[in-house]
Design a binder for this molecule. Structure first.
Ligand code: ZN
Ligand code: ZN
Length: 293
């Protein structure tokens, strides 16, 4: 066991989707920062499958090139840095799941499963973590302004994604707070009850929940995903956590991990996990004690 715990950066975006830097720059930065591994998690394509335009997802016609470039970086960095090929795949009710056959057929090393879109009946999907305007429009047109209903429908989607499976890391589990932080749109205890359901459903599965500093890195919100209250529930259910930065540029590759560690420790979580590839079916996880810091 190493003296100092190791960290990885498994949630990253590059110029292939909505990131700023290329794959080589991200690998070099991860190597310079002494990370154990870097994983590439381009937003999986959705346009063909959903028939909607998205500025931040990988284009279907770019998917093969993305995969080839990550695999070539994996070879180039062999022996110096572990490089993993992944997708951040959307769960969109009735339309898209991380377990869809086109995603499985890519033979990825890992998949992050995330809910960004809600799809209230009779309306187009909208993102809960996009701009304020889109959020408010979705809230009003999709839920008649009933924020509690929207919150419930977000956690319903997370629960449905867990039961559908197909992912190794649960992405930013409470990203619903991005546009609702400190607005008291619903009773706090109602959300905590839903988070308890998510943790109960996640317990004993072979995926980790990410502790994502991306909101702070991009100055969108002054909190990590999931927040301390949710992490305390996660700790009770003994679910592995993996620290990620949701880096959209190389300089964010392990940005604010110190904040994540501090909050994890406050939740009494004593170790974090590193992804180490997979066997035929199962992801392999390595635990690292964080109380050494
Ligand atoms: Zn995401
Ligand atoms: Zn992301």
């Amino acid at each position: 066991m190493n003296e100092k715990p190791l960290f990885s950066s498994m949630h990253t975006h590059t110029v292939f989707c909505d990131g700023e830097d290329d794959i080589e720059t991200m690998c070099r930065t991860a190597y310079e920062k002494n990370l154990y591994a870097i994983g590439f998690s381009a937003h999986a394509p959705i346009e063909k499958q959903l028939g909607i335009k998205s500025e931040w997802n990988l284009k279907d016609e770019k998917a093969d090139e993305y995969i080839a470039e990550v695999l070539s970086a994996k070879k180039r960095w062999h022996g110096k840095l572990k490089v993993f090929l992944g997708y951040e795949a959307d769960y969109i009710k009735g339309k898209r799941t991380p377990a869809d056959s086109d995603i499985i057929s890519k033979n990825l090393d890992y998949v992050i499963g995330s809910v960004h879109f809600l799809c209230p009946e009779g309306t187009e999907p909208f993102t809960v973590d996009g701009g304020k305007e889109e959020f408010e429009k979705g809230l009003n047109e999709g839920y008649g302004g009933d924020a509690l209903k929207l919150m419930n429908s977000y956690y319903d989607a997370v629960l449905e994604m867990i039961s559908t499976g197909g992912f190794d890391i649960l992405g930013h589990a409470d990203i619903i707070k991005k546009n609702t932080y400190n607005r008291n749109l619903w009773p706090k205890e109602k959300e905590i009850a839903r988070q308890r359901e998510v943790a109960a459903a996640a317990a004993g599965k072979n995926f980790a929940i990410e502790v994502n500093t991306g909101g702070i890195n991009r100055k969108k919100i002054n909190d990590i995903y999931p927040s301390l209250t949710f992490l305390k529930i996660i700790q009770k259910y003994i679910i592995p956590v993996i620290i990620t930065s949701d880096a959209h540029c190389a300089r964010h590759i392990n940005e604010n991990y110190d904040i994540a560690i501090k909050i994890i420790k406050s939740a009494n979580i004593i170790e974090h996990y590193l992804f180490n590839g997979r066997t035929d079916k199962e992801p392999l996880w390595i635990s690292e004690k964080i109380n050494k810091i």
